[in-house]
Design a protein around this ligand. Structure first.
Ligand code: FES
Length: 145
């Protein structure tokens, strides 16, 4: 049911933890399943993500997608990080079962929330970044997942 990569990132999640004084931090939840994800980003003066950490209180797929998401955004510019969509995260994990697709959306939105926080703090605009939702259900109802 789950790919080897998903199992690997679930059993050995990368970048678990918190960052002290992060450049941006964002928390997103899913009221329906009760899962919560918090993403911390450390961004240098060039706008490159140097460090990413996460804390996820949630299902195995949410843990695996947050782990992969942090791996994918590291070394990217804030603009490039927007390309780390839930589809990109799922592809990098060799897919997720259909009922678990929404878990990957939590990872995408948590990155966006952390980037949004960074942009707000620095009074900059990240092109294409929309104000993140606090509860992913709002998004799931807007879009068809
Ligand atoms: Fe809620 Fe996976 S079941 S994020």
């Amino acid at each position: 049911m789950y790919s080897e990569k998903v199992m690997d990132h679930f059993n050995n999640p990368r970048n678990v933890g918190e960052l002290e004084n992060p450049s941006g931090v964002g928390t997103v939840g899913n009221a329906k399943c009760g899962d919560i994800m918090r993403m911390y980003l450390d961004i240098d003066e060039e706008g490159v993500i140097r460090e990413a950490k996460f804390k996820t209180f949630g299902c195995g797929a949410a843990v695996a997608t947050s782990s992969m998401a942090t791996e994918l955004v590291k070394g990217k510019t804030v603009q490039q990080a927007l390309e780390v969509t839930n589809t990109a995260v799922m592809d990098a994990l060799d897919g997720l079962p259909p009922v678990k697709v929404h878990c990957s959306l939590l990872a995408e939105e948590a990155i966006h929330a952390a980037l949004w926080d960074y942009a707000q703090k620095n009074h900059i605009e990240i092109k294409g970044l929309k104000k993140p939702v606090e509860d992913i259900e709002e998004k799931l109802q807007e879009e068809e997942y």
